[in-house]
Design a protein around this ligand. Structure first.
Ligand code: ZN
Length: 178
């Protein structure tokens, strides 16, 4: 029955529920008992979604909160990998034995291609060479800032081919120019 008066409608509805309370409850109870498995499965599916949602949210928050810490950790790891590799390669510039602005240099060039190979992540490249020390000693060397620049200048002038054709190493050429 519908009343135009909202207050009256409310009163009627309350009265109806009061009168039929026992019947509604027993119907509900019957439904629950006859559909136990269905209700359980539904509840579990809700729980799983809820848990997944929560985990996703938590993981995102954790990542945001930890970003600074993770970056600091990564930088620290990167430094230690670089240091270890430098030590493996002798720890000082191969030309002057100095240690100003040390640079891990590709003896025969190809540093850019190598960087691409390691997803432009130097730390991954260094880490690879640490695990392959003999390959590292063959392909890499340490140069100081000054001699790294000189190598770049020499190469700009002559290129690797000149060195190869004349059986020269970049070190010999740099030393000869000094
Ligand atoms: Zn040097």
């Amino acid at each position: 029955m519908a009343y135009k008066d909202k207050q009256k409608q409310k009163e009627y509805s309350a009265l109806w529920h009061q009168k039929n309370r026992a019947r509604i409850l027993s119907r509900l109870k019957n439904y629950r008992e006859n559909n136990k498995e269905k209700i359980k499965a539904y509840r579990e599916s809700l729980d799983k979604e809820e848990v997944a949602r929560y985990q996703k949210k938590y993981h995102k928050e954790w990542k945001e909160k930890s970003r600074g810490r993770l970056n600091a950790y990564r930088r620290k790891w990167e430094r230690s990998v670089r240091e270890e590799l430098r030590l493996l390669l002798g720890g000082v510039c191969i030309i002057c034995k100095g240690s100003d602005g040390l640079h891990i240099d590709h003896v025969f060039g190809g540093g850019k291609a190598e960087a691409e190979r390691f997803g432009k992540q130097f730390r991954n490249m260094w880490s690879y060479y640490l695990k392959h020390p003999s390959e590292a000693k063959e392909k890499l060397q340490i140069l100081c800032r000054k001699h790294n620049h000189e190598k770049e200048n020499v190469l700009r002038e002559l290129g690797y081919l000149y060195l190869k054709e004349n059986g020269l190493t970049i070190e010999e050429l740099i030393l000869a120019r000094q």
